[in-house]
Design a protein around this ligand. Structure first.
Ligand code: ATP
Ligand code: MG
Length: 394
């Protein structure tokens, strides 16, 4: 029995004239991601996308998992394909929904007939299919108000489709329809979640990571790569720029007052990220900051870091509690990687008493003790390493 996936479009349908763009992007994304596991016919019609496997041995669980991570999809369903004859539809329903019906106590049938030439109307389809299911699964009863299972029969142009229920999609907007932004990624819990959240709003991602060997290890870098691979399952492939940060951090330690270390370091990070982002066509930065979480994330500290930025900085976690952030990190499978203990450059040279109420002018004065910062920044950018990150390694 042939199984396909029916995809219901999300917010895309609201987008008026842009709708075609969004739909095309979504189709291209599905073709690219599913192309990895086999050959498919993927087409859009009547605000539904049909994903039809063309190889015998395609694992539909895997297809379903990949589809569930594509932004722009409100809901989808696995369905079986039947010829447009009532008897065949009835047989298909009984066979395809066997396990679901055996597990259920109550059900109802809904019919959607977009092919008006089909000789039975929707109520007739419901009665016929419902009656046959009751006959074959006598433990069931019909409950039109609160059924365990809703069986849906869709009569479309080329075939009929039978399914039970809808699976919730990833929501959001197709990646790449909203422009491109650069995430500052660390090995922590927060920045992978921030990346996921902004990709969900349609942004294509690029990422910058600051590494300070020998204070930070090779393993810390691998951890960041692993985290981004998880993010890429949602956002699609992206580039990671690894910036050598040791010299700058050592200069800060040598020249600046200890209580300003973190904030000055963060200003360097923003400036360098912004420069790389601009060069690669990104229009905003993304960080995993959450207000008040640590000393460098107070309103004053954020003001001091923003003072060196002239592109928007998106902080999707700004109003979230740690618990809420962790919940998302578990959902996107980054949590277990994030909690592995490897040093981040933020945790080397941390001041004992960081400034929680820094004033931008004072910070700038302190930072100016490093005379050749423009040259330091240029050197760091020149020595950036680029990596290609994919959601799945095979
Ligand atoms: P995270 O969980 O993302 O590490 P955090 O709560 O540990 O965040 P900080 O370490 O203060 O907070 O970092 C705040 C933000 O700065 C991070 O969310 C990230 O966007 C950015 N950041 C921190 N360290 C790095 C780094 N080594 N490279 C790139 N960006 C970084
Ligand atoms: Mg961190």
């Amino acid at each position: 029995m042939k199984e396909i996936i029916l995809i219901k479009l999300g917010e895309i349908v609201l987008k008026g004239l842009n709708r075609k763009n969004f739909e095309d992007k979504l189709l291209r994304t599905l073709r690219r991601r599913l192309g990895r596991i086999g050959s498919f016919k993927i087409r859009a019609a009547q605000s539904t996308i049909f994903v039809e496997p063309m190889d015998e041995d395609i694992d539909m669980d895997e297809v379903s998992d990949l589809v569930s991570k594509v932004f722009g999809i409100a809901a989808f369903a696995r369905a079986c394909v039947a010829e447009k004859e009532l008897d065949k539809i009835k047989l298909a329903a009984v066979e395809y929904l066997k396990e679901t019906m055996e597990d259920a106590k109550t059900f109802k049938v809904e019919a959607k007939r977009s092919d008006k030439k089909f000789p039975f109307n929707s109520p007739q389809i419901c009665t016929e299919v419902g009656g046959y299911l009751l006959e074959k699964y006598p433990h069931l009863s019909v409950d039109v108000h609160n059924p365990d299972v809703i069986v849906t029969v869709e009569i479309r142009d080329f075939a009929a489709y039978v399914r039970a229920g809808l699976i919730r999609g990833a929501g959001g907007i197709p990646v790449g329809t909203g422009g491109k932004a650069c995430v500052l990624i660390s090995g922590g819990i927060d920045s992978p979640v921030a990346s996921y959240m902004m990709a969900k709003r349609g942004l294509e991602l690029m990422a910058v990571h600051f590494a300070s060997p020998p204070y930070t290890s090779q393993r810390a870098e691998e951890k960041v790569i692993e985290l981004l691979e998880r993010v890429a399952r949602y956002s699609g492939r992206l580039k990671l720029y690894i910036v050598p940060f040791t010299k700058i951090q050592e200069q800060i330690r040598e020249k600046c007052k200890e209580d300003y270390f973190t904030i000055i370091m963060r200003r360097f990070m923003m400036e360098i990220s912004q420069s790389i982002a601009m060069d690669k066509g990104a229009q905003a930065l993304i960080t995993g900051e959450s207000l008040g979480q640590v000393a460098s994330q107070t309103i004053g500290a954020i003001g001091c870091t923003d003072a060196v930025c002239n592109m928007p900085v998106f902080r999707p976690l700004i109003g979230m509690d740690k618990e809420e952030i962790i919940e998302i990190s578990r959902k996107i499978d980054t949590f277990d990687i994030s909690i592995q203990p490897y040093e981040d450059c933020c945790t080397v040279f941390t001041p004992k008493h960081p400034r929680t109420r820094p004033v931008p002018e004072k910070v700038a004065d302190e930072q100016n003790r490093i005379e050749d910062s423009a040259a330091l920044i240029a050197e760091a950018i020149q020595n950036v390493r680029v990596l290609d990150i994919h959601g799945y390694s095979d």
